[in-house]
Structures are given as C-alpha cells and as structure tokens.
Design a protein around this ligand. Structure first.
Ligand code: SAH
Length: 246
C-alpha cells in the first residue's frame, strides 16, 4: 500500500525538499509513498488571488482566510486524516506518528503569517490541529516535512533493519539508551565495559537501566507518565486518555 501525502501550502516548491534524498527519497522513488502538493492560492476567489487579510481586533501580520482554507481542504477529501500545523495544536508524538504511518496517508495544511482563521476548525471539525512542539516556525512547511519524515521511516520496507524502529526513543515511553561505536578508546574515553562483554542479557539490563535513568533526569514528564502507567496498569484513567488521544 502506498502512503499518500498531500500538502496544502503557499510554497509547494519546498517539497519534497529534504524528503527527496536518502531514505525518504529512495522510498519515494520506489513508490512506498507518494506526494501531492496543493497550492493554497489556487483556491482564492478574487482577481488578486488573496489568501489572507488583517487580524480582526487589530495587531500585526495577516491571517489566512477561512473560505480559501476550507475550499482547499475540501478539495482533498476526507479519506485520510487531515492535519493542520499550528503551535496551538496537540503536540505530535511517536504514538500518533505510528498510527498515521499505519494508515492510508495524510493531508497536511501549512499555515503562514499569523495562522488560520479559527472558524475553519469550527466548520471542519475533522481537521486535527497538530504542533511540532513549543516553538514558533515561520510556516507549517518545516513541520509538515518533519511529520512526513517521521511517518515515512516507519513504512514497511523503508528502514533497513525492521527491528531498528522498535527500540527507539519514545517507543516504550522512554528515551533510548546512549549509543557508542568504534574505536573502543577515543580521547582517553572507553566504551562501557558491559557493551563489549558479549553477554546479551547483561547488555539488555544495562540499556534498560540507562534508558530509565536518563529519562528520569532529562524528561521528568515522560518518566512520570511511564512510571505512573506501570504502577497503575489496571486503573484505566491514564491508559484510556492515551488510547482516545490517538
Ligand atoms: N501566530 C501563531 C503562529 C503563526 S506561525 C501563534 O502564535 O500561534 C506561522 C505558521 O507556522 C503557523 O500557522 C503554523 O502553520 C506554522 N507553525 C509555527 N510554529 C509551529 C509549530 N510549533 N508546530 C506546527 N506548526 C507551526
């Protein structure tokens, strides 16, 4: 099955961009995924092809018009999830990426300027608002590229070793353990002894311990969720939130 990506944007020339090289680029050539861009401006109705207007209530910048946005979104249909990139959205996580990658594809609406007229989301409730994190980009395109990259690497046959996706950061709610490679000694620093022992059980235990330790220190938010989920596996509340959020 081909993962179908559609990107609605004022800058279609940004695509496939970085997704045209390396792993994603080869997958695109093979047809593991395909990409269609939709020029938002094509849905403007006046002769100046206007897509934006000044913010109601005043303030800096311009806001993308609801009628233009809705016409563009309607043109791609609703056979796949439709995502709008916005810092006001739900932060993207690996669970959502995994569920998107397992589906037929995704349509992504990229904002610019000050963003979208909010009535778009009221009138088209199937649009899912997604954030790349607590940062502000100049446009939704880099966020769309990141989201697509995360999905594409999970498509069947895209990553060399099928198992290399399973142990990664976030897959079990934890950060991955640190990695090392040859040479065994570099600038006087050696690779942890256990990783050179060949004892697979010991190595697995060391990795698990480091994974937990580093998550606790670096990402107390993840650690709290992880340990909470383990302590109360049957209580339901946390688990249900996670399931329905996907
Ligand atoms: N005024 C808006 C930011 C607009 S930034 C606000 O403060 O919420 C312009 C566009 O860049 C947005 O419409 C969105 O499509 C994109 N963008 C910026 N930051 C983003 C983020 N963290 N995640 C996803 N998209 C983002």
């Amino acid at each position: 099955m081909t993962f179908a990506a559609t990107v609605i944007t004022l800058y279609p020339e940004m695509f496939p961009g970085p997704l045209g090289v390396s792993l994603a680029g080869r997958a695109l050539e093979r047809g593991d995924w395909n990409l269609q861009t939709v020029q938002l401006r094509d849905f403007a109705t006046d002769r100046h092809r206007t897509v934006d207007d000044t913010p109601a209530g005043g303030g800096a910048g311009m806001v993308l018009k609801a009628d233009v946005l809705a016409a563009a979104v309607d043109s791609v249909g609703s056979d796949r999830p439709v995502l709008a990139m916005t810092p006001r959205g739900r932060p993207l996580d690996q669970a959502r990426v995994r569920s998107l990658a397992a589906g037929p594809g995704v349509a992504i609406l990229c904002g610019r300027f000050e963003g979208f007229d909010e009535r778009l989301f009221e009138a088209r409730p199937h649009i899912e608002q997604v954030s790349l994190g607590d940062i502000v980009l100049s446009g939704g395109e880099p966020a769309a590229l990141a989201l697509l990259d995360a999905c594409i690497r999970l498509l069947p046959g895209v990553m060399g070793a099928p198992l290399s996706g399973a142990e990664e950061s976030f897959e079990d709610g934890l950060l991955e353990y640190p990695q090392f490679t040859r040479p065994q000694e570099w600038e006087g620093r050696t690779i942890p002894e256990v990783l050179r022992s060949g004892d697979h059980a010991k190595i697995a235990a060391w990795r698990k311990a480091r994974s937990e330790h580093d998550t606790r220190l670096r990402r107390p938010d993840l650690w709290e969720r992880h340990s909470g989920a383990r302590v109360q596996p049957a209580s339901g509340a946390r688990h249900e939130t996670k399931e329905t959020d996907q």
